[in-house]
Design a protein around this ligand. Structure first.
Ligand SMILES: *Cc1c(COP(=O)(O)O)cnc(C)c1O
Length: 349
């Protein structure tokens, strides 16, 4: 790889930025005897009258332990959506720069590119749902800032081949974001262990899926401490609210329970795969390392509506490339999956 220079990727207005300094940034050490008259808070204690820790240190320490990444290489956001938006805003000059995404994939990259007025150069995955290295490098130029790799990919469910990802990390000139929202359902260890080998690597994860906290809105960004420092200067000071920090920390105390549930979901996925493969209108069940299945059927629109009439809502992904007549089905509880399979058997008569 050419020598990586982060400074060349940062937008010039962001480099020049003097970040907002909040009262809690300037003084965060609350002692028993001290009184806080610095932030215009309401002094009457109801448990939520103080601003939360802007850097979420307690929660980050827990995640640092869990993932084996130091606190200064972690940034938290109000869901992955905020984390990804911060990456756009730090590195992509509106109307000038471009990013690359690989459909069929997560729809938010395209939406965020649109919001930030950044050209999105799409390169469809190969027929086995892997990144098309040659074409990715072909559409890359000096204004290419971010390549988004979603692995395991939504909606296809597969993990990207590690040799292909390595090639891209070594040859793409901008930042490579690997979205690992579903990594805890996969056998694959993911890319966190390689963070220090690649200064251009950003790994994003979330508490929304395997950790069962979609409502809490907590997205996690892992990267070099230099990249994290840039993102910290532009994030809204209190972007993760105090209640979310508290609930997440408490829930993360029970990792064994989380692991049990991941195992249950993966077992159910295996069972559902077998069953679906026996159904006459099912053409293919794609192998999945996430908590959903992509299923090719005879007529996705018809099957979608039949399920809907039975009160079962799945996602029709047919409008995405390579996903003709494909439904994406999340793995539910055993009871929910049984209801789904009963209904599918009825439809198969
Ligand atoms: C669900 C999902 C996320 C999670 O987004 P949050 O904003 O953290 O809830 C991120 N990336 C992908 C690919 C997803 O499918």
């Amino acid at each position: 790889m050419n020598k990586f220079d982060l400074n060349k990727l940062i937008r010039s207005n962001i480099k020049a930025l003097e970040p907002y300094s909040s009262a809690r940034d300037e003084y965060s050490g609350l002692t028993n005897s001290g009184i806080l008259l610095d932030a215009n808070e309401n002094p009457f204690n109801n448990g939520i009258n103080r601003y939360p820790d802007p850097l979420q240190l307690n929660l980050k320490k827990r995640l640092a332990d869990l993932r084996g990444v130091p606190v200064n290489q972690i940034l938290l956001g109000n869901g992955s959506d905020e984390v990804l938006d911060l990456v756009f805003r730090a590195f992509c000059e509106p109307g000038v720069d471009n990013v690359c995404t690989l459909p069929p994939t997560y729809g938010m990259y395209q939406v965020l590119a649109g919001i930030n007025n950044i050209e999105n150069r799409t390169v469809t995955l190969t027929s086995d749902f892997q990144p098309d290295v040659e074409n990715i490098l072909r559409v890359t130029d000096e204004h290419s800032k971010i390549l988004f790799l979603c692995s395991p990919n939504n909606p296809t469910g597969n993990v990207f081949n590690s040799d292909i990802v390595r090639t891209l990390l070594e040859s793409y000139s901008g930042l490579v974001v690997i979205d690992e929202a579903y990594i805890d359902f996969a056998e694959d260890p993911g890319w966190l262990g390689k963070l220090n080998n690649y200064p251009n690597l950003i790994v994003t994860q979330t508490l929304s899926k395997a950790f069962g906290m979609a409502s809490v809105r907590l997205g996690i960004c892992f990267a070099s401490k230099e990249i994290i420092a840039v993102l910290n200067t532009i994030k809204p000071p209190y972007n993760v609210n105090g209640l979310s920090q508290e609930v997440a920390l408490k829930e993360l105390g029970n990792i064994e329970d989380t692991k049990d549930k991941i195992q249950l979901i993966n077992d159910e996925k295996k069972k559902l795969t077998k069953l679906l493969e026996e159904v006459s209108f099912v053409r293919e069940v794609f192998s999945s390392e996430a908590n959903f299945l992509l299923v090719k059927v005879d007529d996705a629109k018809k099957r979608y509506h039949q399920l809907l009439e039975a009160g079962i809502i799945v996602r029709n992904r047919s409008n995405q490339p390579l996903c003709d007549n494909c439904l994406r089905i999340s793995i539910g509880t055993r009871h929910e999956n049984n209801r789904l399979t009963d209904q599918i058997k009825k439809m198969d008569l």
